[in-house]
Design a protein around this ligand. Sequence first.
Ligand code: GMT
Length: 382
Amino acid sequence: MRIGIVCYPTYGGSGVVATELGKALADEGHQVHFITYQQPVRLNGFNPNIFYHEVQVPSYPLFDYPPYETALSSTLVDVIMNHHLDLLHVHYAIPHASTAYMAKQILKKQGIHIPVVTTLHGTDITLVGKDKTYAPVVTFSINESDIITAVSQNLREETYKYFNIEKDIRVIYNFVDANRFRRHNRSGCGCGKAIAPKGEKILIHVSNFRPVKRVKDVVMIFKKVHEKISSKLLLIGDGPDRPVIESLCRSLGICNDIRFIGKQDQLEDILGCSDLFLLPSEYESFGLAALEAMASEVPVISSNAGGLPEINIQGKTGFLSPVGDIDAMADNAIMLLEDENTLEQFRKQAYLQAQKFELPKIVPQYEALYRELIPKKKVANL
Ligand code: GMT
């Protein structure tokens, strides 16, 4: 199949999922065209089946806001026509679902039918999408998609709750490449040795440091753990809350045991050396970073918000607590870190749970959807 993928190219779950999906589809022999405003962060290396089309947004003195959506729709029309795409898969509804609709209508006038799959990822529904500034366009364009998917049952339910959706939303969970994420032996792990030279426990958090992630809670949980257990905290990622978090670390006097290591491409090198993953989010449709931690045999201490209970299993792969319950999260973390046998058991269970979301189990579900949309005769000729 010839598949167009539209996503946010920056660090963020939806872009990571879209890029990894495209790469996996290309490995299966499909031709994959990424259409984005910059090269997606995880799109590296050469694959003859992968094409990248950059959306150019010309500036003009009249534009306070350069019309990205118009540029994206026009690029979509161009790529779909000239590369004879069979379908378009857009990730994150805003503004990708409505730009896909616009491209579809333009192509219809020229006798070209392009089916559209829209994957809902989280904040496009729960935070930004339901805002009345966007809601009518989001509702309309989701309904106009040929197939809609959501990354968890919870996100599916939230979408029905907030929008008047007339179609079925199918759940296809996010996935992890289990060959990439694995546990590292601490003595052979450069990062582990540098961060925790005395064998301190390593707690880790990965996010875009937005308020929804509650990174302050991460630091407060760590403070309590650190009082009982010799430990270090690694904060990976960057975003608007970082200055506040840095001041909090200073005011708590624990700066020396907290390392900010910014955005990381080689997350697997660091995750695999860690002992516990913290994700106390206000909302999380899925929690891809938690899944990648689990694949690396790192148990997860999380909130019980959104789709997290579908991924992190209470008392098996980690513990879940109500949003903001720092004490409970810290107590659970201490309990796990204090007992090496229990920690080892949780590590194994986390790993087994992550296997359920392995790439080869999930990617064929998308391929099956695509086949539904492409006329049978065409698939037979491919
Ligand atoms: O808000 C983010 O963390 C980024 C956002 C995105 O779309 O880039 O992540 C959402 O999609 C991820 C991939 O499907 C999910 O794993 C995250 O849980 C989800 N974030 C939220 O729901 C807050």
